[in-house]
Design a binder for this molecule. Structure first.
Ligand SMILES: [Zn+2]
Length: 351
């Protein structure tokens, strides 16, 4: 492997959630110590060239459940609607945790509010974290919480997770399935998109129904971005994007972040850790073909999914970089995929 590490700025991880729900259990871990648990901690991030990314604040449906048990994707209790008050309380815990991580990190972890902040953090070898909301249950329809969370650093928001809320309907993790599984944005959802546009908060389309996707396309003034989704043509999961959706993303000069979850990568949709790294490369190549070189990035879903065993966790990211090179991607394209395109689309959203 070539010795020059390419930094990765990544579109999605669930590390804040994992740290939050593991706190106080036998699984509790420190972000600052290397473990083999989950996918991201500071030592492993540095090893793999994980330079930063969107750090999601996701609120599980039953926040009182026993989180030491593995998440069961077919249990309907995991998709139950959740009240705004409960969701906001849990989101504040994750936002506060992010602030404390920054303070305790001795410069190793920086909350970034702009592309300039991200570039500075990357130059200083500090993990550049951008706060993201995955499913906007915590946001009231007067947008007071949105305003305050924006002030706390929120710069990206997906109106919906795979669970209905006041703003939109989400797709189930269904396979094989079209993403056209239900209604789109509500009136409150359209107002949320406009409020995010006004505050320069990126609107994330991963998890939304196809109807919701077209509603956002019609409502938003910003590039269309799906932070952690793959190509439906290669894996027919409802979470992935059809060619028509990809064409609209291209048209808007947006971006798709390639998701490392094996069930969103594989042609057969199976949960199989032996999935080769080349499967990620194949989705990246397809997306580059469809969207152009400037509109594809990474959206690992680290700490929220099953990644190929050959990648392992964030410490293995340079293996993926090498797999891109081995597939004949030039150095310029590898850099675009690894971080430049994310910075580009964020800068378009911020002006
Ligand atoms: Zn997700």
């Amino acid at each position: 492997m070539s010795s020059n590490k390419i930094p990765v700025f990544d579109g999605h991880n669930d590390t804040l959630l994992k740290l939050e729900i593991e706190a106080g259990t036998r699984k509790e871990r420190s972000f600052f110590k290397r473990t083999e648990q989950g996918h991201i901690d500071l030592p492993r991030a540095r090893e793999g060239g994980f330079a930063g990314g969107l750090f999601a604040m996701f609120v599980p449906s039953n926040i009182h459940q026993d989180f030491t048990r593995p998440f069961n994707p077919s249990d309907p209790a995991n998709y139950a609607e959740i009240s705004q008050a409960e969701a906001l309380g849990f989101t504040l815990r994750m936002a506060a945790r992010a602030q404390r991580l920054e303070r305790e990190s001795d410069g190793g972890f920086t909350l970034c509010r702009s592309v300039a902040d991200i570039e500075r953090a990357m130059a200083e070898d500090s993990v550049a974290a951008v706060l993201h909301i995955e499913g906007a249950e915590a946001i009231d329809t007067d947008f007071n919480a949105l305003e305050v969370l924006h002030a706390a650093g929120l710069r990206s928001l997906g109106p919906v997770w795979s669970r209905k809320n006041a703003f939109a309907d989400g797709v189930p993790m269904a396979f094989p399935s079209s993403p056209d599984t239900g209604p789109g944005l509500t009136d409150a959802g359209r107002a949320l998109v406009r409020a995010c546009n006004d505050l320069r908060i990126l609107v994330d389309l991963s998890h939304i129904t196809e109807k919701g996707f077209w509603d956002v396309a019609e409502t938003s003034r910003h590039p269309l971005v799906a932070s952690h989704s793959n190509a439906h043509a290669l894996c027919q999961n409802a979470r992935n994007l059809t060619d028509r959706q990809l064409d609209a993303i291209r048209e808007s000069n947006g971006l798709v972040g390639v998701n490392f979850h094996v069930a969103f990568l594989r042609e057969d949709g199976r949960h199989d850790r032996t999935t080769p790294l080349e499967t990620i490369v194949r989705h990246a190549a397809y997306l580059v073909e469809r969207l152009g070189e400037d509109r594809v990035g990474l959206g690992s879903d680290f700490d929220g999914c099953m990644v190929p065993a050959d990648l392992g966790d964030s410490s293995g990211l340079q293996k993926l970089v090498q797999a891109f090179r081995d597939a004949g991607f030039g150095e310029n394209l590898v850099e675009k995929l690894s971080y430049r395109n994310w910075l580009r689309v964020l800068s378009h959203t911020q002006n």
